[in-house]
Design a protein around this ligand. Sequence first.
Ligand code: 5GW
Ligand code: MN
Length: 284
Amino acid sequence: MTYSQPSIVNGRTDVVSVTPWLAPVVWEGTFSATLLDGIYQRQNISVAATVFAVGKYIMFLKDFLETAEQHFFVGFRVHIYVFTDRPNEVPEVKMGAGREVTVQSVPSSNRWQEISARRMELIQKLIEERLINKVNYIFCLDVDSKFHGRWGAESLGGLVSVIHPGYYKDDRSKFPYERRPTSRAFVAPADGDFYYCGGAFGGLVQEVHLLAKTCRKNFEDDAKDGIEAAWQEESHLNRYMWINKPSKVLSPEYLWQDFKPKEPEIKIIRFSGVIKNYAAIRPN
Ligand code: 5GW
Ligand code: MN
């Protein structure tokens, strides 16, 4: 295996590539893809991914799956679980060797709050029923998105979170965390590290299981008190990451937004949210 000599004095200087709790922040130019692929290939790891396509969001699935084939853990064992209420409309996408898609039916729902609430529950159950002790890593991804560049072994870690592209230069007091202390997603104005995306998170299946179970319980306990966090499960995820600290942080290269102009520190967009016509895709 050949890769450039590592250096501790030369490298990117325009971004920070380690958090104050010493988790790597993954940016283009901070890792060797060849080296990482070699390390994880030797371990023969497997990676699961979940994606929800409920109602009209099924329209995003084809591009999601096709681009995942081109960029997501190429050369590794990958199993994508699609949760949908329209199993007949799941597109036929040719998968490479060692890669497969499983479709799981879920009830239709008109309320995003319900879909959102059930997402963590379904992730929790999927891990308990099918993944624990069988699969190493899992990523949970929004369907209204596409891959444009490599998303591979550099993203692996115990608990992995992606920094939201919308707020990474802002003061923490401006982050759209849930600010009511009565909610179990509460983060105080002087607290919080980064604002993380609800649209992509992952890690070891055991760690993501604990995350899903905790966020689901907090979400449901809030609902019993008649409170819904500002950004639903994204708020609960942010609270969880504040308390637990991700062991690897992915830069906004890993979930950009197509409507946002590219910033100079973004050398590559790996995955991004597509522009969507809300009126046309969301229920009611
Ligand atoms: C989303 C908003 C309002 C009402 C319904 C939905 C919705 C979300 C839906 O009808 N169907 C669906 O499958 N979802 C799933 O939740 C998709 O995987 C989607 O990517 C994810 C998060 O919802 P998004 O993508 O609309 O949220 P943003 O914050 O990325 O715009
Ligand atoms: Mn989305």
